[in-house]
Design a protein around this ligand. Structure first.
Ligand code: PMV
Length: 361
């Protein structure tokens, strides 16, 4: 599928008003996307576990309007009007208008709720942009003369979500999603996420992700700024090569179920991401002292017990603690007794590998 394949021909049907609701999962990257070119094209491929508990549900109501000069929308988060969200959605609409030419013909009401606590420091942009893209695709499907296949529907939704937030392209299906071209994954694309196509060992089924909320505050540096700092970054090119290599290594690990290898790749990816932040110009640090306390505790516990708990980080201070189902009991006990103390107000979220986004109505 090429970029031009997502530009629709004419729509035949008309719709005056209606609404549609989608619920989309969040995701956690194992090989990280950090750095992008124009139009949200990633500078390296990434792969993520889709999550199950952390979700965004979005209801999109549309009403045909007479004047189609500009976009018209209102946004509600958890029932509260959020005018400060509008510029982000306007920018998103501008980027995707070419692919959804009906956008100026409607007034949109976007009502969003997150399953995870508001301002928990968990980025809602991936699940949020994915849910909105899916709602817009449902509207496109209703307006289309030709029947849109499910495959086209999901690919275009991922393509649109990517234009809202890169990692959102991986937040539509499960349980492992690749985004960005990789030599060994033939159907991989820079334009949209695809399902990981190879064999995955049983040990990765039902994998747990307990998210430790170390810092719920607003990030000091947005991911948009962070991505841009990868332009002219002294280590950027090697970092991109490393991401390609780590994804190649993961293909083997997913097949064999070698958890020690898995841990080495995933933790190295998390620390490499943060190393890129620390060596950007200007440089910045998103980890907090408690992030490092948790990492050290995980390393000691792993050494003492031989269990396969590991961590990963996204662009923030929170820690994602990953572990297999068959070690969950002992690991959860460890998290409760040793790690929760480092969470802000003792807050954490128990999540695990999840699956496809769902249409609610
Ligand atoms: O989708 P963005 O622009 O918010 O970037 C997300 C980047 C990381 O979360 C740090 C890594 C990733 O691949 O999800």
């Amino acid at each position: 599928m090429k970029e031009k394949d997502f530009i629709p021909k004419t729509y035949s049907k008309t719709l005056n008003s209606g609404n549609v609701t989608w619920s989309s999962p969040s995701n956690i990257a194992l090989v990280k996307y950090w750095g992008k070119k124009e139009d949200q094209i990633p500078t390296n491929p990434s792969i993520s576990f889709t999550l199950d508990t952390c979700k965004t549900t979005t209801k999109l109501s549309y009403l045909e309007k007479v004047n189609s000069d500009d976009f018209s929308l209102e946004v509600f988060l958890e029932g509260e009007k959020k005018d400060d969200f509008k510029p982000k959605i306007f920018t998103f609409f501008k980027r995707i208008e070419k692919y959804l030419p009906f956008l100026k013909n409607y007034h949109f009401k976007i009502e969003t709720t997150n399953s995870f606590p508001h301002s928990s420091g968990i980025a809602s942009s991936a699940s949020g942009m994915s849910a909105l893209a899916l709602c817009l695709m449902s509207l496109e499907r209703s307006l289309s003369k030709i029947k849109l296949s499910d495959e086209y529907f999901m690919q275009k939704a991922s393509f649109l979500a990517r234009l809202g937030s890169g990692s959102a392209s991986r937040s539509l299906e499960g349980d492992l999603i690749v985004w960005g071209e990789h030599a060994e994954i033939l159907n991989s694309s820079n334009l949209f996420g695809v399902k990981y196509p190879f064999k995955v060992h049983e040990i990765f089924k039902n994998y747990h992700d307990t998210i430790l909320l170390v810092d719920k505050g607003e990030k000091q540096v947005s991911s948009t700024v962070g991505h841009n700092l990868m332009n002219n970054h002294p280590f950027a090119n090697l970092r991109f090569v490393q991401a390609h290599d780590n994804l190649s290594k993961l293909i083997k690990v997913f097949k064999t179920g070698n958890l020690n290898e898995f841990i080495a790749i995933v933790e190295s990816e998390a620390l490499s991401l943060h190393a890129m932040m620390m060596t950007s110009m200007p440089y910045f640090i998103l980890m907090k002292p408690n992030t490092l306390e948790i990492i050290n505790k995980i390393w000691s516990f792993r050494k003492e017990t031989g269990l396969h708990v590991c961590f990963t980080l996204d662009a923030g201070a929170n820690v994602h603690v990953l572990y297999p189902e068959n070690e969950a009991k002992k690991t959860i006990k460890f998290i409760n007794s040793e790690l929760v103390a480092y969470c802000q107000n003792g807050h954490y979220i128990c999540d695990r590998i999840g699956f496809v986004a769902k249409k609610i109505n």
